[in-house]
Ligand binder design. Structure first.
Ligand code: UDP
Ligand code: MG
Length: 315
């Protein structure tokens, strides 16, 4: 049977830790009883350099139930995306399948069973997708929607309304670990892995205790990171803008020449206005062109795997 690891990144989650440990242990016990996962399945709490007693609490939980609760202590705060990555990559060597979930129990632990069922049916990645966002503030809902729209426009593949609550098989995590980039945006990388994927739907609840560790500033940083790590479209836009301005300057040139011929202009105006427009356009075009090369270098230095072979038919 498959050994399940539930990976939970924690940053200053002392109010939540015991509750999370209890709830997730129950999920695993339940799955073990139903013979869906092996009896040595476990929860891996990743302490992301918390400033409060989170790590001490993880140690306590581990002591009281060493088989079910395991801990991973990062030496400092590296942020949710890296903490989760550290947890997944550590867990993959100890398990056959991982599920990542936030410590605040906002995601519905009940659908983990459904995820496991889909895994057994042959899926390597199962996304947890929120049905509705009633519990989020209006502001968070609209900004999130805008974010997905912009991402989509920029050509980044990502699953709508999916945060980092997902199941990944061992081989999916192994493939993911080949993505060495430092500008990490998991939601964009995971769809690049391939394999059979599916979604499970749930209603996102309110945070049980503690407060959000994702203030607006961090959200904006994540959003910008998501776009800039996956898309060089903004550079193409600059090139495009340069082209448009050069084109406009040609129209302006015609207009200025006509005005000049009709003699209704101040001396010097024509040449001045034309050089401003034309030079501005040419400069933007050139910056965009240089940007295109930088964009290529950027993609190149990521050293992303170029493909992922799933099967070979031989013999
Ligand atoms: N988290 C983390 N490191 C950080 C910030 C957050 O590991 O620097 C964890 C946090 O403990 C939680 C998860 O990431 O388990 C999601 O954070 P939160 O629930 O605060 O985000 P929100 O749901 O409000 O977007
Ligand atoms: Mg949360």
């Amino acid at each position: 049977m498959d050994r399940l690891a539930i990976v939970v990144p924690c940053y200053n989650e002392e109010e939540m830790l015991h509750m999370s440990a209890e709830a997730l242990t129950k999920v695993i016990d339940d799955l073990v009883m139903k013979e869906k996962v092996s009896s040595d399945s476990f929860v891996l709490f990743v302490n992301d350099g918390s400033k409060d007693r989170t790590w001490e609490l993880i140690e306590e939980e581990h002591k009281s139930n060493p088989e079910r609760i395991k801990g991973l202590k990062l030496a400092g705060n590296v942020g949710h995306q890296f903490a989760l990555t550290a947890g997944l990559i550590t867990a993959k060597d100890m398990s056959d399948v991982t599920v990542s979930i936030d410590a605040d129990l906002q995601d519905d632990t009940a659908v983990i069973e459904e995820m496991i069922d889909k895994f057994h049916a042959g899926c390597d990645i199962v996304y947890g997708v929120r049905n509705k966002r009633d519990t989020d503030t209006f502001f968070k809902r609209t900004t999130a929607l805008g974010f997905y729209k912009v991402m989509h426009m920029m050509g980044v593949k990502s699953v709508y309304n999916h945060a980092d609550f997902r199941l990944m098989s061992k081989r999916a995590v192994e493939e993911f670990s080949k993505y060495n980039e430092t500008n990490l945006f998991l939601r964009g990388i995971i769809p690049l892995i391939g394999y059979q994927t599916d979604c499970v739907y749930y209603d996102r609840k309110e945070r049980v205790a503690g407060e959000s560790k994702y203030p607006l500033k961090k959200m904006l940083a994540l959003a910008f990171n998501g776009i800039s790590s996956f898309s060089v479209k903004p550079i193409s836009m600059i090139t495009g803008l340069g082209g448009v301005i050069v084109f406009l300057s040609i129209i302006a040139a015609i207009y200025a020449l006509i005005s000049f011929c009709m003699g209704s202009v101040v001396p010097g105006w024509t040449s001045l206005i034309l050089s401003i427009w034309f030079l501005g356009g040419v400069q933007l075009l050139c910056i965009g062109l240089i940007g295109q090369y930088i964009g290529k270098i950027y993609i190149e230095v990521k050293h992303r795997p170029r493909y992922n072979i799933e099967k070979v038919l031989d013999k």
